[in-house]
Write a protein that binds this ligand. Structure first.
Ligand SMILES: [Zn+2]
Ligand SMILES: [Zn+2]
Length: 366
């Protein structure tokens, strides 16, 4: 059991947080509910959404301080309530992703698609809507401890390095969900992954492990060697003339997962890559609306889609898949005490390809 004063973490207090100005401080944690667990945090990944929130892209940081971000949390269960779910036991390793709660009453919750719940709570800076915790703010994993509903603390099976499990919890499941939904390796034999970064590198690893022929698509050829090591069998460097670069690959892909989000994304050019009845799926948020010509959409019978994180059940399936297939995301570890060096490095685009923060004093291993 942790007393409330032990909940300390690295807080964003203004827009300079990502420049290395996170402040270590105590924070108020949600009141205990009997379906909660307390988790001693060992590892936490850094995801693009943490940087978006902490740099003020989602609204002024000052409006909800302290901001305790971090939503790829791995740790050890140190307290369990009387009504816990998932059969969680004391001492168990669990992971918490981008979502920390949902209503449990709507159709999507009842179908265990909690990531579609209209009353969901994301893991940082949002309000809990149920039980004793109603009205309190969710706190993420840039901290020593985490408290929240056990439904969203997913057991980590043996066979996964707990540090490597961290990036699977948001980035990994974000790409795994559409790869699974659209049948990568089965219905969709040929899969294109746009962007070789945090999400893209995991998408290449996972699609390859599912048995798909993977084509990695990036702006320059600087990521080609890495993409091939990750399992890509083809590589397209688009350069400045996207149309010319894509032309030789027309109608070669059944599914494209787009993990990059440049302004004015030329989706019409990329549609030429898709085979009839194929799907182009976005998982990164494009800053500007898309221009989609309907003629090739109709004649190719192409679906343009989006996909949002994944449910707790999907995360559990991802863990099982990764432990069976021995998929290992490429991570670089930082002591969490060095978060004010890690965050600016993340912002510079340094991760190859995911940063994981380690609480060494809680037993995490650098
Ligand atoms: Zn719901
Ligand atoms: Zn994320």
């Amino acid at each position: 059991m942790v007393d409330a004063e032990s909940f300390k973490g690295w807080a964003g207090v203004d827009e300079k947080a990502c420049e290395g100005k996170l402040e270590f401080q105590s924070f108020e944690v949600k009141p205990w509910d009997e379906d909660d667990v307390d988790v001693k945090i060992l590892y936490c990944g850094i995801c693009g959404s943490d940087a978006s929130a902490l740099s003020g892209e989602w609204g002024p940081v000052k409006d909800s301080v302290p901001q305790i971000c971090g939503h790829e949390i791995v740790g050890e269960v140190i307290r369990v309530g009387e009504k816990i779910e998932n059969g969680i036991k004391l001492g168990q390793l669990v992971g918490i992703g981008a979502q920390s709660d949902s209503c449990r009453e709507c159709g999507d919750c009842k179908a265990h698609n909690e990531n579609f719940c209209p009353k969901q709570t994301i893991t940082f800076n949002q309000t809990f809507n149920r039980g004793n915790g109603k009205g309190s703010i969710s706190r993420g994993g840039f901290a020593k401890y985490w408290r929240g509903p056990s439904r969203f603390a997913i057991p980590i099976p043996d066979g996964i390095d707990p540090a490597v499990a961290a990036p699977l919890l948001c980035g990994g499941v974000t790409v795994y969900t559409p790869l699974e939904r659209y049948g990568a390796g089965t219905k969709a034999k040929n899969v294109g992954i746009i962007g070789v970064g945090g999400l893209g590198h995991m998408a290449i690893l996972l699609a390859n492990a599912m048995g798909a022929n993977v084509t990695a698509i990036s702006r320059s050829d600087s990521k080609q060697k890495d993409a091939e090591k990750l399992g890509a069998r083809a590589y397209i460097a688009t350069g400045d003339d996207v149309q010319a670069a894509l032309k030789p690959h027309a109608r070669s892909l059944d599914l494209i997962i787009c993990t990059s989000n440049p302004p004015k994304f030329p989706v019409a050019d990329y549609m030429s890559l898709i085979r009839p009845e194929g799907t182009f799926c976005f998982v990164g948020i494009a800053p500007e609306p898309l221009e989609v010509p309907t003629f090739p959409l109709i004649t190719g019978t192409i679906a343009i889609a989006g996909s949002y994180i994944g449910s707790p059940d999907t995360i559990a399936r991802l863990f099982k898949f990764v432990s069976e297939k021995k998929v290992e995301p490429w991570i670089q570890k930082w002591d969490m005490d060095d978060i004010n060096k890690a965050m600016p490095a993340f912002q510079r685009g340094d991760p190859k390809y995911r940063f994981v923060l380690v609480n060494t004093d809680n037993g995490g291993k650098v």
